[in-house]
Every structure is written in C-alpha cells, then in structure tokens.
Design a protein around this ligand. Structure first.
Ligand SMILES: [Zn+2]
Length: 257
C-alpha cells in the first residue's frame, strides 16, 4: 500500500493514503507537495488542532473541495478548526463553506465511501493534551472488512488500542529517540512518544509494520538510524520498523525512505 507523507514535530505532519482517498492531518506543505493529488482526497481526518497538523488545511481544501464535496473530520470542541473553517471564505477558499465539517469522538466509525459495506474510519482515543484538554486529540484506524490496513496514534504514545484486528501498519508518534532529549513539559506519560516506550507499547498491539513518525527536527537518518536499529535489537522487536525521518517528503513510506 502506498503511503505518502511528511512529518517533523512542531513543523508539519500530513499522511496521504491514496487507496482510501484519505489525508491524515494537514500540516503546512501538504498541498504544495501533493499538488493535483489533492483532487482525489475525499476525507481529511485531523488528529488534533495544533498548528503543525492544521496549518495546511485550507490549502488542501481549496483543491480537494473545489469541484465536489470533501469531508473534514476533527475532534469535537476544536475551536481552532472552527476558526480555520470560518476563515476559508475570507482567505480565498470559498469552497471551505461547502465542505462537510464533521466533529467526531473516540469510538465513532465513519464510512469512507458511500458503499454500504465499504471501508470505515474508526476514531481512536489519544492521550495528547490540547489546551490542557485531552479529549481534543484522536487517533484513527482504517477498518476494511475484517482487516485494519492502517492505524495512526496522532501525537501520543500508544495507548492500549482497542482495535477489532491487528493493524497491518501502525504509525506511532516517536518525537524523542533518547530520554535525555525529552523536554520537561512533555515528560509525562501519554504526551509525546519516546523510542523505547513506543516500541514496547507497539509490541502489545503487534502490528505487521511499525512506522515511527513525528520525530523531533534534531534527528536524521545518518546520525540516528543506528540508534533505532540498536533499540529494536535490544527489545527484540519482531516486526519491521520504518522511520519517517524529519524534513523530507516520502512518496512511499513502507518501502522505506
Ligand atoms: Zn505535532
């Protein structure tokens, strides 16, 4: 399955899944890199309203919703999302008014296509606090028949994920690779992911393939790939692990970048 994406903590995160016409988060640069592919997006699912996940939303909507309806899912009570929606018509994106803006909560299942037995997006809880309120952060999982082709945690370490099957691909926030790099406000459990904890938590879920994303901008493949490999070896991680390294768009994440 092709997955296209970019993710640097505090800069921008967006993940595009062409097979499901789904964009997960809409950080800055999504439209610039996806270009006309934005016209194929049916659903944009926002994990939380922090700027690095939201700043590119109007640009994407201006492509995606120009000639047809596209839907934007976002955590209920996300006032920044409401502000972006209201800004659309005054920012040269009048189609923002005709897009379907849908507030969602953990546990809901949203059909991804009009087909009755078609794939759905399952809304997952996340522990990330947004303006001191943790219920404004979500994860998502694609449910396709009895399969889960993809699940994403949003900006939180993996919580016990209540999924109907093992995810074939699991995207986990791994903002930090080393404990000493963790900024004090983010040291608490349930904030951002830390490599050894993320691997241990992901092992409970048992994905077919783990993708680490939302890394801090300080990390790069040249200097830090060995740290990831070594930690995987130490913890006997039984599934393949791919890192979406900061700063570069990857056109095929599962093929490794
Ligand atoms: Zn973020």
């Amino acid at each position: 399955m092709q997955i296209v994406g970019f993710s640097t903590a505090q800069v921008a995160t967006w993940i595009y899944v062409p097979a499901y016409r789904l964009l997960l988060d809409a950080g800055d640069g999504a439209a610039a890199h996806l270009g006309a592919d934005c016209e194929d997006i049916d659903t944009i699912a926002i994990t939380h309203q922090h700027r690095d996940h939201l700043a590119g939303l109007l640009e994407v909507v201006s492509w995606a919703a120009f000639e047809r309806v596209c839907r934007i899912l976002y955590p209920a009570e996300s006032d920044h999302v409401t502000a972006v929606r209201q800004a659309g018509p005054t920012q040269g994106v009048p189609c923002a008014a005709t897009a379907r803006w849908t507030a969602v909560r953990a546990g809901q299942r949203i059909p991804l296509t009009p087909a009755e037995a078609g794939p759905q997006l399952l809304v997952l809880p996340a522990t990330h606090a947004v303006r001191k309120t943790s219920n404004r952060a979500l994860g998502y999982a694609i449910v396709d028949g009895d399969r889960i082709p993809l699940a994403v945690t949003g900006d939180s370490a993996v919580v016990p994920l209540d999924l109907p099957a093992r995810p074939e691909v699991l995207f986990c926030d791994c903002t930090y690779l080393s404990r000493q790099d963790v900024l004090e406000p983010y040291a608490g459990l349930g904030q951002h992911g830390l490599l050894d904890r993320v691997l241990a938590n992901a092992a409970q879920v048992g994905p077919g393939h783990l993708v680490l994303y939302h890394l801090n901008a300080r990390y790069n493949a040249v200097e830090h790939a060995e740290r990831v490999r070594e930690t995987c070896r130490t913890q006997n991680v039984p599934f393949p692990v791919t890192v979406l390294w900061p700063g570069a768009v990857c056109r095929d994440i599962l093929a490794a970048c």
